[in-house]
Design a protein around this ligand. Structure first.
Ligand code: SF4
Length: 308
């Protein structure tokens, strides 16, 4: 699979070109809500999951198409900082790409000095913190034993002080697990301590890795936002779009669909929005891909989603 992805339109980042530093699914957590799927390579060990040579090649390509996106996002179908080359990847990206750099991280390695120093140099760090209570953190995120919540909170606080760009904290709520009054009050204390530039609230809007993960309603998210003194913003309805050079052949559209659906499940409505194609055309293509075993249907909250 190519390690460059997109560009896709994101409300938070604009036109974003993604670069994956780990393949599906290398992660230090196995979150109940993960939209990529269950963790198959469960580890906190840093390794060259994708070689530096491949990363450099992808950055060369990204440099050539720099006029097609607004931000380069370092991510992965798992946790990108687990790649031992993460620091070098940030260094190369900063040197080669004349665009803002963003990183998506689950925060589990933010306490490591070299990782934090690299994160501090980028323009936007979108870091996850779903709970500030040990019990709900372990229930929702299911981290490897070596991961310690207090180190994450300390690491995020240190990162905020060292950041040259902005630290955005994303909190994803799973109904009944990390949304109790005790959870919100602990979270508020952690947020007050970390002082991120932005706090973004999300819930289980897509089919989760584990069906027991249920979403909060918009009203429930609003109530939490108020308890967090209204400082947070709700991002659960965020729409993405693909930036495509049209017209696409059916083969090109199939490749895009598989690429998109391998990173997150999506319903027909979203795919029609993302790809700017008629629903009946997409549905017949999805049925064909399903017959070929490349796409499957999943059900979540009464809706049908497709996943590659
Ligand atoms: S949501 Fe992120 S941190 Fe959690 S399992 Fe999926 S990839 Fe890993």
């Amino acid at each position: 699979m190519p390690i460059l992805f997109g560009p896709v339109l994101s409300r938070r980042l604009g036109r974003s070109l993604g670069i994956d530093l780990v393949f599906r699914k290398v992660c230090s957590m196995d979150c109940l809500y993960c939209e990529v799927g269950r963790t198959t390579y469960y580890t906190s060990e840093r390794k060259p999951y994708i070689s530096l040579e491949k990363i450099r090649e992808a950055l060369e390509q990204a440099k050539e198409i720099a006029n097609t996106y607004d931000v380069l996002t370092i991510t992965g179908s798992g946790e990108p900082t687990l790649n031992i080359h993460f620091e070098e990847a940030v260094h190369l990206a900063k040197a080669m790409i004349d665009k803002p750099i963003a990183v998506l991280t689950n925060s589990t390695l933010v306490h490591e000095r070299s990782v934090r120093e690299a994160l501090a140099r980028v323009d936007f760090v979108l870091a996850s913190l779903d709970s500030a209570r040990e019990k709900s953190f372990r229930l929702v995120n299911r981290p490897v034993a070596a991961v310690k919540l207090d180190l994450i909170i300390e690491g995020l606080s240190a990162l905020r002080q060292e950041m040259e760009g902005e630290l955005w904290l994303e909190v994803l709520f799973v109904k009944g697990l990390n949304d109790t009054p005790e959870d919100i009050s602990a979270l508020k204390s952690a947020i007050d301590y970390i002082k991120p530039h932005r706090v973004q609230l999300n819930t289980v809007v897509r089919p989760p890795a584990y069906p027991m993960a249920r979403p909060l309603s918009l009203e429930e998210l609003e109530a939490i936002k108020q308890r967090l003194s209204g400082k947070a913003e709700i991002i659960s309805g965020e729409k993405r779009g693909a930036i495509l050079e049209k017209p696409l052949t059916l083969t090109e559209l199939s490749e895009w669909l598989i690429n998109y659906l391998s990173r997150r499940p999506a319903d027909l409505e979203e795919l029609a929005f993302v790809f700017g194609e008629a629903k009946d055309k997409l549905l017949s293509l999805l049925n064909k891909l399903q017959d070929e075993g490349k796409v499957t249907k999943v059900y979540h909250e009464g809706k049908v989603y497709f996943r590659a």
